[in-house]
Design a protein. Structure first.
Length: 181
């Protein structure tokens, strides 16, 4: 059986806000990854469990948040209503010279608006000029899994987002409920 790195309770350089996917869907994606991603081609760095296959399937709303506690983020999210996200194709980020990131693309106008709202109102260190909502599935050695690019295995799944998760850089998680519409 392939090793899925335990990333829970890990500390990070920054906090983030994310959408944790339902357990059943997460398990489906993880099982797909185990079936289609050859473990001999997983990208790993010695003493760094942040690569390999993901053990928590989520969509990051904003990474790079300086604060440790979600006080400011909660205030900004207070008027935000629940919204839908839709899954698209499995694609790859191929920007690293060492590895490719296999990901499931996400589509949602509300999610895009929320990202830029938070980016402009919460102190953060965001180095990506354009937000590309996605769920990371795993990290693989460069060009080893190009056959998975544009896979439609999870295309057009619709999920109602009622809650966000503030993941603190110290490893703590704080749920933030959105308003019902």
């Amino acid at each position: 059986m392939k090793k899925i790195h335990e990333k829970l309770n890990q500390t990070y350089s920054y906090s983030s806000l994310q959408i944790d996917m339902p357990k059943q869907f997460s398990n489906e994606v993880i099982n797909w990854a185990i079936s289609y991603i050859d473990e001999n081609y997983l990208y790993e760095e010695k003493d760094d469990n942040s690569y390999g296959l993901e053990d928590e399937i989520h969509c990051t709303v904003l990474y790079g948040i300086y604060e440790i506690f979600p006080r400011q983020t909660r205030i900004i999210l207070d008027p935000i209503q629940s919204f839908y996200i839709n899954t698209k194709n499995i694609t790859m980020f191929k920007t690293s010279s060492k590895y490719d990131v296999i990901k499931l693309d996400i589509e949602s106008n509300e999610l895009n608006e929320l990202h830029y709202l938070l980016r402009n109102r919460v102190r953060n260190y965001n180095t990506f000029p354009i937000y590309k909502p996605h769920m990371t599935i795993g990290y693989v050695k460069k060009n080893s899994h190009d056959f998975l690019n544009n896979s439609t295995d999870f295309r057009d799944r619709k999920f109602l987002v009622k809650r966000l998760q503030f993941s603190s850089k110290n490893g703590n998680k704080y749920p933030i409920q959105l308003r019902n519409f």
